[in-house]
Design a protein around this ligand. Structure first.
Ligand code: BES
Ligand code: MN
Ligand code: ZN
Length: 508
């Protein structure tokens, strides 16, 4: 997928296809409660006249993400005009700037306009200098994220894609860096999305390893792929137990970024990479089972974050760990009642073969802890229960270190992603006690997301700061935000965690 270009200077020669004007919304006192658009940028006669017409017609009011293409209505020598609604000026923030960027992309595409020029002071004149770069970055992120589609497997009918966006009225300087960052971040998010969108027969665990080897080479990460024999050597019995039912071999993938000092402990990112989750012998119902190709969005997030931190050359040591396999029924599949043994010797009674994510993560977490990280974050589409509890609009987070959880919440505030903390009370442990093994992989229905976290906690030594992110609801088919494609992967956690790492504060 090629991304559109973004520029801060006028192209030589002709004007672009449209001038884009942002409009805030204000309530006028004159005529009761009527809302009208309000222009915050440098005005002129033409804009005054347009404003008068808009107010008279009451057609476009400047509501957030409202757009209109005035075809053949030109200003300042541009052939067309795009109106972009920004909502209340008091509420204007970076997240709304991101959504405005996406709204612009969508109307530019619908209008089949190759290039457009944004009169930037109409959006950013009220933002103080110090924050301008983050508003511009967010706007560009929205614009670039909105353009994502997965088309690798579709016949190439002619589709129109916007080519470029120019900013007018802003000095290039710092802002070029802001757009550069937006490009890096949206490319990483779009990479994560595309991994998820690949069908299970395309992105097998073996192929996952190959794709990440190539990505690592492109951006300068070290990549090691453990094949089935190497995983057996590691005695990852829980991981191998899940893989047993599949004709595809599992892979354990390690991506290393070494931007810090040699002696700096690394930050570990761990991803659940089930390339297809049928449930195994505890087979899932057929309805929406096709969505289970997305059961590797945790691993995809890790891959996207690693790509971003390499491109941004962060001065930290960061390692991504991905356990990837299918979860399939078959003559050799593990069965309910089986007991499997983890690489650290703990035994697990398999009650439900569909609770497989926690099994592969438990072995991954043991592998990680042997390498003495300074902190561990894991990402997984772990439970349907988190979708019941929180819906798709937020990710569930839980862990053993309040300071790390707070850092994640702070990063979420800045990047506009949402996280919501769920508890890991000791009382939940009772439900996972087994009469034949050290623990069982599933208990009763209630508090399912916290139970998943509690199972993982059993495999994490308290001395390691650890947070588990359950992204089962938030990581694909998002219909709530205009920069997420409703029918594809969303790529959550990539922007959030990259920001967390950029502003990383060593934990106490
Ligand atoms: N991959 C699923 C969780 C999931 C559900 C992801 C819906 C995305 C959307 C996971 O492996 C699973 O099946 N979890 C079980 C656990 C249960 C058996 C304890 C679940 O949530 O039902
Ligand atoms: Mn499952
Ligand atoms: Zn799963």
């Amino acid at each position: 997928m090629s991304q559109p270009k973004i520029d801060f200077s006028e192209r030589a020669g002709a004007k672009t296809d449209a001038l884009v004007l942002g409009w805030f919304q204000e309530e006028t006192k004159e005529k009761g409660k009527r809302v009208t658009p309000h222009f915050a940028g440098k005005s002129n006669k033409e804009i005054e006249q347009l404003l008068a017409r808009l107010r008279a017609s009451n057609h476009f009011t400047g509501k957030r993400n409202e757009t209109d293409l005035l075809r053949f209505y030109g200003l300042e020598g541009y052939p067309n005009t795009i109106l972009l609604g920004l909502g209340s000026a008091q509420k204007w923030n970076t997240e709304f700037s991101r959504q405005a960027g996406a709204a612009l992309y969508h109307i530019q595409k619908r209008g089949r306009l190759k290039g457009v020029t944004l009169q930037a002071d109409s959006l950013f004149s009220k933002v103080d200098n110090k924050h301008q770069a983050s508003y511009v970055q967010a706007f560009c992120e929205g614009y670039l994220l909105a353009g994502y589609e997965y088309r690798d497997l579709k016949k190439h009918e002619e589709i129109f894609s916007p080519g470029f966006l120019e900013f007018h009225g802003l000095a290039k300087g710092k802002l070029a860096e802001a757009t550069e960052r937006a490009f890096v971040l949206s490319a990483a998010v779009n990479f994560a999305r595309s991994l998820g969108d690949r069908p299970g027969n395309v992105l097998t665990p073996t192929e996952f390893g190959r794709v990440l080897e190539k990505m690592a080479k492109d951006v300068g990460l070290r990549c090691t792929v453990l094949d089935k024999a190497a995983i057996e050597k590691e005695k990852m019995g829980l991981f191998l137990g899940v893989a047993k039912g599949s004709a595809e071999d599992p892979r354990f993938i390690v991506l290393e970024h070494r931007g810090g000092k040699k002696t700096d402990k690394h930050i570990a990112l761990v991803g659940k990479g089930i390339t297809f989750d049928s449930g195994g012998i505890s087979l899932k119902p057929a309805q929406r089972m096709e969505d289970m190709k997305y059961d590797m969005m945790g691993a995809a997030a890790v891959a996207g974050i690693m790509q971003a931190v390499a491109n941004l050359k962060l001065p930290l040591n960061i390692t991504g760990y991905i356990a990837t396999t299918e979860n399939m029924p078959g003559g050799r599949a593990q069965k309910p009642g089986d007991v499997a043994r983890s690489s650290n010797g703990k035994t697990v009674e398999i009650i439900n073969t569909d609770a497989e994510g926690r099994l592969i993560l438990a072995d991954a977490l043991e592998y990680v802890q042997r390498r003495e990280p300074q902190a561990i974050l894991d990402f997984a589409t772990l439970t349907g229960a988190v979708v019941d509890a929180l819906g798709t609009v937020t990710s569930g987070i839980m862990g053993n270190h309040p300071g790390l959880i707070q850092q994640i919440k702070d990063a979420a505030q800045v990047t506009g992603e949402r996280v919501w903390e769920l508890p890991l009370y000791e009382e939940y442990e009772e439900d996972l006690k087994s009469s034949v093994a050290d623990i069982k992989n599933s208990g009763i229905r209630e508090a399912g997301a916290s139970k998943g976290g509690t199972f993982l906690k059993f495999f994490v030594e308290p001395k390691f700061p650890w947070v588990h992110c359950d992204i089962a609801g938030s990581s694909y088919h998002r219909k709530d935000l205009n920069y997420h494609p409703p029918k594809y992967g969303a790529g959550v956690m990539v922007r959030l965690v990259t920001h967390l790492l950029e502003t990383w504060k060593p934990l106490k």
